[in-house]
Write a protein that binds this ligand. Structure first.
Ligand SMILES: Nc1ncnc2c1ncn2[C@@H]1O[C@H](COP(=O)(O)OS(=O)(=O)O)[C@@H](OP(=O)(O)O)[C@H]1O
Ligand SMILES: Nc1ncnc2c1ncn2[C@@H]1O[C@H](COP(=O)(O)OP(=O)(O)O)[C@@H](O)[C@H]1O
Length: 199
């Protein structure tokens, strides 16, 4: 038998839909926003654990893996926060293209920055999750003792103290972290994902 020669491998690109089909679930960004101490990292990590336990392809982007690496050149001026969020939005888009559910846990205080990120995505892919907690409660928790430092004037431009936080107007999900437990918050977010047929 003569082997075929001159065969061309048609290298068709693997699409986002192909990756979703292989994973058996949708891919979206859960874009958390809220004050420092509102519970973004705590709830993001709890969501991540539950999704992972269920065999879902997921990843969390937060300050530990972004502000210490990719964005270590950025501080907390308005321009630097704009650039921080812009880059995180682009990275999140790559994760969604790769078929994952990616959760981002950044203050992302400016509405226009969040809307610019939303515009990078297709309808339904950007899920804004407002971790809603009154400033007084965040300050009472003060897990990193940063509010105390900001009140003493040792940190400038601290969100909620001397730098603005613009709450979302129409978030897909609002979690009242002063009224519900972490487990209840995880339940609320997973219910949303099931209702939208992402899981
Ligand atoms: N000036 C000032 N304002 C707010 N936060 C500050 C500041 N300086 C340091 N930190 C710590 O950095 C974390 C916020 O970083 P983010 O990348 O989420 O901020 S932003 O989205 O660019 O506004 C934030 O972490 P979280 O508490 O997890 O929100 C703080 O621990
Ligand atoms: N219902 C809740 N949801 C989230 N965090 C809570 C809740 N109740 C208490 N906490 C505590 O509040 C703190 C929130 O800190 P963190 O998750 O680092 O917030 P952020 O990432 O928004 O700065 C943690 O110490 C956490 O244990």
């Amino acid at each position: 038998m003569t082997k075929a020669t001159n065969i061309t491998w048609h290298d068709s690109a693997i699409t986002k839909e192909d990756r979703r089909a292989q994973n058996g679930h949708g891919s979206v960004v859960l874009w958390f926003t809220g004050l420092s101490g509102s519970g973004k990292s705590t709830i993001a990590n709890a969501v991540s654990h539950e999704l992972f336990r269920q065999g879902i392809n997921e990843y969390v982007l937060d300050g530990d893996n972004v502000r210490h690496g990719l964005n270590k050149d950025l501080g907390f001026s308005e321009a630097d926060r704009n650039e921080n969020i812009r880059r995180i939005g682009e990275v999140a888009k790559l994760f969604v293209d790769s078929g994952k559910i990616v959760t981002t846990a950044f203050i992302s205080p400016f509405r226009s920055d969040r809307e610019t990120v939303r515009a990078l995505f297709e309808e339904g892919e950007f899920i804004e999750v407002f971790i809603d907690c009154p400033l007084e409660e965040c300050e009472r928790r003060d897990p990193k003792k940063l509010y105390a430092k900001a009140r003493r004037g040792e940190i400038k431009d601290f969100t909620g103290i001397d730098s603005p936080y613009e709450a979302p107007e129409n978030p897909e999900i609002t979690v009242r972290s002063d009224q519900y437990t972490v487990e209840e918050a995880v339940g609320q977010i997973l219910t949303h994902l099931r209702e939208k047929n992402i899981l």
